[in-house]
Design a protein around this ligand. Structure first.
Ligand code: CA
Ligand code: CA
Ligand code: CA
Ligand code: CA
Length: 403
């Protein structure tokens, strides 16, 4: 009897969740997680953009995990904005037991950026803490807005774990036509849904850079008891955070709190009511699985897409019922292009997550934004991210930094 009662409560929750997702307002799917909440919109250095996880296509014994933060850095400001915040903790939450609770963490912190004797700002040094207590330091890749060519990525291998680390400025690998989507939403509101607005096919992220932290990790080092690996990324600040009026430096005290988090792309952006977006970022994946955000979603959202129960069930299973965690099936190989290794099985840089999500929302009838890949070629080996966009050489007429 107790079991039946529990099951019925779970059913009620799932129903609420289903309603919540059906009622998600269309104007919220504006990015993967760029500028997802009011707080991150004015704390850009802590604005987490995307989380990626996939098997290295050149060696499926290694897992690649990438976090991108601080998007929309223009090449002319690479040097001034291409700086990791030393007051932040950049956290990779690793889930290995199939529930919503992380089982280990990879934490990255950076030294302040300082100049050499000639006044030239130098690369920051990262301190990396791995789940089993191993700690190592590694240089980041310095950013430049004076060179025509992007700096060569500096890779550091930790001898003890075999983990390879990269951190630096890169092209933003995310691609999406945001204005077309806004127009599509407008057409729905006006009562005449018009997928034709997607014909413009312009990548809002083209020409811009982001900060990125990337790991290549031996699967044997990171895997848990099962055949699944989960990843959720956080940016965290200490609470309180103190501003020194004499030195101008920032130092934290107290515990770490989330400023932003993301596992599955577009969850906070697409599913969470506007007035709860900051709260969502401050919460965690266990809160998600406990249904903390379902009532607010149900209260505030309106029916928009007419998404059916099958797609809703898929979306809920991917993003909510076991938390907002990106999950990789360790039995599915990745050749780089095989479709079964595509999001929502992990997430590769090339996966067109917007088309996949739009198609799901559209009851599995193909719907996409006609932006089908990154604007510049990705690297073919770790860190796989494309080189940072650099200021254009004289005489170049380009159509980047698009709107
Ligand atoms: Ca964000
Ligand atoms: Ca767990
Ligand atoms: Ca790009
Ligand atoms: Ca697309």
């Amino acid at each position: 009897m107790h079991f039946v009662r529990t099951k019925s409560l779970v059913s009620v929750f799932v129903l609420l969740l289903v309603i919540a997702i059906v009622l998600a307002p269309a104007n919220r799917l504006e990015a993967a997680d760029h500028g997802d909440a009011p707080l991150t919109a004015h704390d850009l250095g802590a604005d987490l953009n995307d989380a990626y996880m996939f098997f290295d296509p050149n060696d499926n014994a290694r897992v690649i995990m990438i976090m991108t933060v601080h998007g929309f850095i223009v090449p002319g400001e690479n040097s001034n904005f291409g700086i990791f915040d030393p007051a932040l903790r950049y956290r990779f939450e690793i889930e290995t037991t199939g529930d919503a609770k992380p089982d280990g963490f990879i934490d990255v912190r950076f030294s302040p950026r300082v100049a050499n004797a000639a006044g030239v700002p130098q690369a920051q040094t990262a301190t990396i803490s791995l789940p089993n207590g191993i700690t190592f330091t590694a240089p980041s890749t310095n950013s430049s807005n004076s060179a025509d060519a992007a700096p060569t990525p500096v890779l550091t291998t930790d001898a003890q774990s075999g983990v390879i680390f990269f951190a630096g400025l890169t092209d933003d690998p995310f691609f999406f036509d945001i204005p077309a989507f806004a127009r599509f939403n407008g057409s729905i509101r006006s009562g005449a849904p018009n997928p034709g607005v997607f014909s413009r096919g312009r990548d809002t992220f083209a020409g811009y850079n982001t900060l990125a932290i990337a790991f290549s990790i031996p699967l044997s080092f990171i895997r848990g008891p099962g055949n699944e690996l989960g990843l959720s990324c956080d940016t965290q600040r200490r609470s309180p955070q103190l501003y020194n009026s004499r030195t101008g430096e920032v130092a934290g005290a107290g515990r770490w709190v989330n400023v932003d988090r993301e596992g599955v792309p577009a969850v906070n952006v697409a599913l969470v009511p506007f007035n709860l977006k900051n709260t969502y970022n401050a919460a965690n994946s266990v809160d998600d699985a406990n249904g903390r955000f379902a009532p607010g979603i149900v209260d505030t959202l309106q029916n928009f897409y007419k998404t059916d129960a099958t797609s809703i069930g898929i979306l809920a299973s991917v993003a909510v019922t076991r938390g907002d965690i990106l999950r990789l099936d360790l039995t599915v190989p990745n050749t780089g292009s095989n479709p079964q290794a595509s999001f929502p099985d992990g997430r590769r840089l090339t996966d067109d997550v917007i088309d996949i999500l739009l198609t799901l929302i559209n009851n599995r009838q193909p719907l996409g934004d006609n932006v089908n890949g990154n604007d510049v070629p990705l690297r073919t080996s770790f860190p796989f991210l494309a080189p940072s966009q650099q200021p254009r050489v004289p005489g170049t007429t380009d159509d980047n930094t698009r709107n």
